[in-house]
Ligand binder design. Sequence first.
Ligand code: CUO
Length: 670
Amino acid sequence: RPSEPCFMQKGEQKVVLDIPETYYPEKYKKLATNLSNRFGSDAERSIPVRNIALPNLDLPMKLGQKEQFSLFVPGHRTMAAKLIDIFVGMRDLEDLFSICAYCQLRINPYMFNYCLSVAILHRPDTKGLNIPTFVETFPDKFVDPKALRRAREISSVETPGDRMPVLIPVNYTANGNEPEQRVAYFREDIGINLHHWHWHLVYPFDSANRNIVNKDRRGELFYYMHQQIICRHTAERFCNGLGRVKRFQDFKAPIDEGYFPKMNSFVASRTWPPRFANTVIRDIDRPVDEIKSEVNDMENWRQRFLQAIENMAVDLPRGRKMPLDEETGIDVLGNLMESSVISRNRAFYGDMHNMGHVFISYSHDPDHRHLESFGVMGDSATAMRDPVFYRWHAYIDDIFSLYKHKLTPYGNDKLDYPGVRVSSISIESSAGPNTIGTLWQQNTVDLSRGLDFTPRGSVLASFTHLQHNEFNYVIEVNNTSGKGLMGTVRIFIAPIFDETGQALPFDQQRRLMIELDKFTQPLPAGNSTVRRKSVDSGVTIPFERTFRDQTQRPGDQGTQAAAEFDFCGCGWPQHMLVPKGTTQGYPMVLFVMISNWDDDKVEQDLVGACNDAASYCGIRDRKYPDKRAMGFPFDRATPSAATLSDFLRPNMAVRNCTIRHNDTAPQDSG
Ligand code: CUO
């Protein structure tokens, strides 16, 4: 951290960095010898830092050390892209280490952390390096500031063995008068926000090094991962007596929802600004952030997207056109919409989604007259806390959906799997047949790394999150082909009724289908039973991986395992696999389809690759492991089906089930 220029603590071992004197910023130079003497005498190990010819860091150093950093702000993006390129371009690890030692004293800590994390994920020689879990490095982005103050007090007055965990309250951002507070446990869930931050780390949208951005189907994954967030959020709303979010589509209309994050930034020593109810986004003119943008730009970009979808073709530079075809259209649109550096025409289609974040996050101070920084929507680690995130992304999703509506509905050739019949799916669980039990659970996270000094030993904070009892899917299959086959099992769950209690028509219900799992399955000839555990889901990562410090992972063997772990920090948190349900029992429909693996498979070597949360995160350095459109078979409309039953084929099955919530005091995770 900036206050400790040459000192680190690795576990209980104190390490001093032997930094070349020229690396110290002017203000530290006089102190350098003192610091080295002071920490050096106390240190158990000294690491020499190579004195290298330093690259030009003027651009990334333009962002002050005490400023907030936003990936969505174009100027910050350019600075970060430059720094990522510098980190990725260092010729070996020692040079990277050296430039980091230099940067750590000069570069904005949030930007430094982001760029170094991206570089570590993308350099071939750092695949074995660990990134500490972000919640521990910057807990101020995830937890109640009161808990952090308390943690500071505890760490300074109590010895490690005597420390009791600090309690992070569940509901601290609003009271029951605010209807949106009913889903705060979802919006403010630490694991969900970590997933979102990690996703954007794995899929950066700006870099001069196009390989870092240009990953297989990244634009489509941008669409799909966020689409899944929207339908998961919608299900939570239904469980809590709320309707679907109102899309944020009238850019001139007030945003009904306010949000008061009550978080403090350690770095900027400031409170994150709130947004009052009924705020209207306005033109931004903030020379300090080099942003001048008009709301009308958003209107224009929107019109161009609608036109492109209408024509099923996008305009390329120099008057050329590119058809939006069935296979790659959504990927092209995703990159245009986000927008990423691989957008086919950023000059024309602009930067719609990112600037939506920017307009909203500066709506409280668009011309910087109050000297305020951006709100939580400006940061991928915090954006999902704000109710407006879902309104904005629901609107983005609607635009993608317009394109999907233009595609020919899937026919039997795509949906059916001749010879494979699924006679049933059911759920086995301790909560009863076809019932999933949810509850509140208490867990801990270590805040010591994120305090603005490094205490000896951990300072634990205890927080409450939703959890469910583990369950199994039981699928009865009949393979009448007379030979062994391979299938892809696709499991989804969706609400049955809308917010008014009416049965959801198929075209609405399919857009609320939450992917629970997807896996490859051998299908022996004849009858067989597939039993699959909920914890093995292809969309989630285990709780331990979301929260625990990777350097302390037990049983790690060598660099390969650690590398996989880093990438695998991306994944929907297992504890949020299913919606909360209700105490009376919330009815949902479980859907399974077994598709023909010959039409799904992507031939590639997955040995050593982390692929247990591939549905939302892809696989590092590999192709997306399912050839079908993301969201298949529900991504396209099927006008001929009025209900889900109309849509079913012999290789599909449904089961009504119940999610029953136990609303008693949280249980300890043990
Ligand atoms: Cu993930 Cu808008 O892209 O937040």
